[in-house]
Write a protein that binds this ligand. Structure first.
Ligand code: NAD
Length: 476
């Protein structure tokens, strides 16, 4: 029987594989690898029916080499100390890979969010925040949470409201959490950032002809058959953006089943129907779909269906040594954190499957969270001061071209060509500008060290974090 390896141990196995290929001293590697602090706390919740329950919650700060630390908060029955430490560690490496200047953190509350009504969830979230404030585990310069599995902008609004009511740094309070609604200091493009980033990454991977040829695939995202697991924040936007990029979404998987159509599903329409279903009544079997769509009641089997690209974007430990041999995809892009176990990753690599690791592939969320944090500290929307100036400058150039050539531009052409960048444009541009080049950097390390992409991404992260400690003069 296969031995159970904890999530944090799996992350550390991957770390060690990369560490062995660096020249850093053991003490430095151990300093990077270990989790700096974990806070486990409990509090009572009086439910609306009068029963009192004890809620278990955690916040882990994996690395303080840069401050604040940063990482999501998830609501799930699987939350444990091991899970938050593993996810916090992944955040450290993720921030390093995409140059987001944070240490890694993660929080979680062990609840099934669907089992509580809105008022109960609000009380849980506010109490969680209160406990973090009490122990100095939250703050714009200390530790900045964000949404994750089971949480979203609504929970972030409760957090910022509670924090600013309690904390002394009222002026900077909005920067205590990211992923907020726009009116609470959020940034345009944060909600879709992780999925957009995963889609950019997938397109970039498919753009490298040499890699595609060795995988037996053609160059380009167009027509690539994609299966996405999870229709939550990450999965729904990933599928929608990939469809816009002309990939063929052949499969969509949720907790209670799978949808499959080799000719392609209308991902945008399915996502809309899924979002419209009431939170506690969601079921893939209630969706109204064309007859050609096959429905499977076993969600896990959906991972093994025929496709070119598989994007697990729901939970960790979805592809293990048990099902890895049956995976048909040639490329796996880890939309979720830790969806492929370290054993399975090795097996897939040996079979020539390209696995694009989580701490690069889903880093779009933390990158745009970084932009949101900067916006909150600057107290000004990106593009606010220069957008109009840019537009007027472009208009002057176009008018001058028109005057010299005798051919003036139409109103529509003027609008399109003289568009000054607003916040959404700048966020999208910043995201694309980081995710694309980062991939080519990882490919370079992969080729130099003759390793898989995951190990390359760990080497990149370790080297960047090591510099911070070396600069302190602690290690040679
Ligand atoms: P979410 O709660 O919005 O969505 C998760 C979805 O997965 C839900 O629709 C849920 O029903 C579905 N699901 C649960 N079990 C499933 C199963 N067995 N098979 C198929 N679907 C299942 O969560 P999210 O924010 O989209 O996060 C998903 C993953 O992405 C997590 O691993 C998270 O840590 C990671 N991630 C999220 C972000 C972010 O910005 N939200 C950023 C980086 C990484």
């Amino acid at each position: 029987m296969a031995q159970h390896v904890s999530f944090f141990d799996q992350v550390n196995r991957n770390f060690e594989r990369a560490a062995a290929l660096t020249s850093h001293p053991r003490g430095l590697l151990d300093t990077i690898k270990n989790c700096n602090s974990v806070y486990h706390f409990t509090f009572p919740l009086e439910r609306d029916n009068g029963h009192v329950e004890v809620i278990h919650a955690w916040r882990a700060e994996h690395s303080h080499h840069k401050l604040p630390t940063k990482g999501g908060i998830r609501y799930s029955l699987d939350v444990s100390e091991d899970e938050v430490m593993a996810l916090a560690a992944l955040m450290t490496y993720k921030c390093a890979v995409v140059d987001a200047p944070f240490g890694g953190a993660k929080g979680g509350i062990r609840i099934d969010s669907n089992a509580y009504n809105k008022h109960e969830l609000e009380r849980i979230t506010r109490r969680y925040t209160f406990e973090l404030v009490k122990k100095n585990f939250i703050g714009p310069g200390i530790d900045v949470p964000a949404p994750d599995f089971g949480t979203g902008a609504r929970e972030m609004a409760w957090i910022v409201d509670t924090y600013t009511a309690l904390a002394n740094d009222k002026l900077e309070g909005a920067a205590c959490v990211t992923g907020k609604p726009i009116a609470q200091g959020g940034i345009r493009g944060r909600e879709e950032a992780t999925g957009r980033g995963v889609a950019f990454v997938t397109r970039e991977v498919c753009s490298v002809e040499a890699d595609m040829t060795s995988l037996g695939l053609s160059k380009g995202i167009r027509g690539k058959r994609v299966i996405v697991q999870g229709l939550g924040n990450v999965g729904s936007y990933t599928a929608t953006f990939l469809q816009e990029m002309e990939a063929t979404i052949v499969g969509l998987l949720e907790f209670d089943g799978a949808l499959y159509d080799p000719k392609g599903l209308d991902a945008a329409a399915i996502v809309k129907q899924w979002r419209d279903q009431p939170r506690r009544e969601k079921s893939i079997h209630k969706l109204v779909l064309p007859e050609s769509v096959q429905k499977l009641s076993n969600a896990a089997e959906g991972l093994e269906l025929e496709c070119d690209i598989l994007i697990p974007a729901a939970l960790e430990n979805q592809i293990t040594a048990a099902n890895a041999p049956r995976i048909q995809a040639r490329i796996i892009v880890e939309g979720a954190n830790g969806p492929v176990t370290s054993d399975a990753s090795e097996m897939l690599d040996q079979r020539g499957v390209l696995v694009v690791p989580d701490h690069y592939a889903n880093a779009g969320g933390v990158l745009v969270s970084y932009f949101e944090w900067l916006k909150n500290l600057a107290h000004v929307r990106f593009g606010r001061m220069e957008r109009r100036f840019e537009e007027q400058a472009y208009q002057r150039i176009l008018n001058s071209i028109g005057a010299r050539t005798g051919k003036s531009f139409t109103e529509d052409e003027m609008k399109a060509l003289a568009h000054g960048a607003d916040e959404a444009d700048l966020v999208k541009s910043g995201l694309e500008d980081t995710m694309g080049p980062a991939y080519h950097n990882l490919r370079k390390i992969r080729a130099e060290k003759k390793v898989d992409l995951r190990t390359a991404a760990f080497i990149e992260a370790i080297d960047k974090i090591a510099i911070c400690y070396q600069d302190l003069g602690i290690f040679p």
